[in-house]
Design a protein around this ligand. Structure first.
Ligand code: HEM
Length: 485
């Protein structure tokens, strides 16, 4: 009888108790365990919305992506008989192939992570056509024709994360520029002040500075992209961090997808990291736009510029439109007239333009931004033959990069101005500044007076960072810089 009771108890344990215990555990497994291992992009993903792939689907997707990448590169190759043969080519920074599989089924989030440490060079499975002269849209010298879906200088256009939504009509092109009087008036009432968050979040500026110091310590190229983000944000609808938005409630294509941004802007992951630190310390206090302004100062400081005070108090915008970018940002082949005009519309003068262009003392440009210069017999006369040689040697692909200042790439110094006056500008637009009577003298001056330039740089950066800012109860303080609250 006792033996029968033991057998019965054993069966009860195996059949009833253990299965229910197991399912109870499964129900409480940490959510992270369910995340698809390939979704290592930094867009927050709600686990419940992630599509899971079978191993076979993943393999097929990887093969498709590799093929798409191959086709894409085949389209990008220069059709240039004069280009240096591959075996002679200098080592260049290749753009690594994104190992993330193309999603098999529609997924509600953009599954493409940022492939380069920097910046998305997304793989479009159906590469865009390259115009007959092999110069892609947006690139100096491109033929006029129907718009092709090609980014700045040939970088593939970034897929809109909102593409799967119904996208409403884009509003009309460029925004209305405020008049110089309106700009002055706006500034007076901007309400920005130094030490803005001293009481509400006393550690804010330190957290931001530490973020930059850490990033620069790990990778010295991480300072340069930040002031560029500020420039590209502030010149398009003001300094409202609209450049950071991955999508907006309207579903329209966002600023960061515009050809002038696209593959050439980077640093968004660093912003996300520091914003998370700030939110952990004091939630809802420091805006993404203030974060960018402080971080730009710190990027310059780690690169050798003396510290300068930066007023805070900006709030974040809630819209971001690709259509607003066109016509507001200069291009690598912009004329001096065009640059001066764009800067004037934002309340910045010729001197500010030359002061700020000194930011090109650090950072890199992609070959599609300057390589064309040495193929054009007239434009080539503006390039020092030694630099022309380096350009040809380095540019084995439009996506290769070259430092603006090859002597002190990570240091903000006035050597760059010396280069400009010696026809060693990487960009045509920078070189032109040394030819024009309205800007040439500033280049000479700052080349000889680094300290004087540094002083002006802090002031010009603060002018830049106060363009059409939102303050008071305008806009919002975003919780995450990529999304409106
Ligand atoms: C005024 C006319 C300007 C033009 C035409 C211009 C154009 C460019 C271009 C074409 C690149 C390289 C893009 C690429 O191929 O990857 C670049 C990079 C850069 N620009 Fe400008 N820029 C201008 C003004 C500014 C200003 C005002 C700032 C900052 C205050 C700035 C900061 C930078 C930095 C730091 C980089 C390097 C970015 C990196 O390494 O990721 N630029 N710019």
């Amino acid at each position: 009888m006792a033996a029968k009771a033991r057998i019965f108890a054993g069966l009860f344990l195996i059949c009833i108790v253990l299965p229910s215990l197991a399912s109870a555990f499964v129900d409480h497994l940490p959510e992270v365990g369910q995340v698809n291992e390939f979704d290592n992009n930094d867009v927050p993903i709600h686990v419940s919305t992630v599509t899971h792939f079978s191993e076979k689907q993943v393999k097929e997707a990887l093969i498709r992506r590799a093929k798409a990448m191959h086709d894409l590169w085949a389209n990008f190759r220069y059709n240039d008989k004069n280009a240096a043969p591959e075996e002679d080519a200098a080592p260049v920074t290749p753009t690594p192939v994104d190992p993330t599989p193309v999603p098999v089924d529609p997924v509600p989030v953009d599954p493409t992570p940022n492939p380069v440490p920097v910046n998305p060079v997304p793989v479009d499975p159906t590469p865009n056509p390259v115009p007959a002269n092999n110069v892609p849209a947006g690139y100096p010298g491109a033929t006029q024709g129907p718009p092709v879906a090609m980014g700045y200088g040939g970088a593939p256009i970034t897929q809109n994360p909102s593409d799967q939504q119904t996208v409403p009509e884009q509003p009309g092109a460029a925004q209305n520029h405020p008049t110089p009087e309106e700009i002055k008036e706006n500034r007076k009432h901007a309400g920005l002040q130094v030490g803005f968050s001293d009481y509400t979040c006393p550690n804010a500026e330190k957290i931001i500075k530490d973020g930059m110091t850490r990033a620069f310590g790990n990778d010295s190229s991480m300072a340069a992209p930040i002031p560029r983000l500020l420039f590209h944000d502030c010149f398009v609808n003001g300094c409202d961090a609209s450049l950071f938005l991955d999508k907006t409630p309207s579903g329209a294509r966002v600023e960061k997808l515009a050809p002038s941004n696209g593959a050439t802007v980077r640093g968004f992951e660093l912003i996300d990291e520091i914003k998370a630190d700030l939110e952990a310390e004091c939630p809802g206090i420091v805006s993404c736009s203030d974060l960018l302004v402080y971080l730009s100062r710190d990027a310059f400081v780690v690169s050798g510029v003396p510290y300068y005070d930066v007023p805070g108090g900006r709030r974040d915008g809630m819209e971001s439109l690709e259509a607003n970018v066109l016509g507001n940002l200069p291009l690598p082949d912009s004329t001096v007239d065009k640059m001066i005009d764009l800067f004037k519309k934002k309340g910045l003068n010729e001197e500010d333009l030359v002061v700020l262009i000194g930011a090109h003392s650090i950072g890199v440009a992609h070959c599609f931004s300057f390589r064309y210069r040495v193929d054009d017999p007239v434009k080539a006369t503006m390039v020092d033959p030694r630099l022309a040689g380096v350009m040809k040697f380095t540019c084995t692909s439009p996506m290769s990069t070259l430092a603006f200042d090859t002597t002190t790439q990570y240091k903000m110094d006035s050597i760059y101005y010396k280069q400009l006056s010696g026809k060693r500008a990487l960009l045509e637009s920078d070189g032109l500044l040394n030819e024009d009577p309205r800007t040439k003298d500033f280049i000479q001056k700052f080349g000889d007076d680094e300290k004087g330039w540094f002083t002006k740089l802090g002031k010009a950066m603060n002018k830049l960072a106060s363009i059409q800012v939102l303050t008071g109860d305008q806009g919002q303080i975003r919780k995450q810089c990529r999304f409106v609250n």
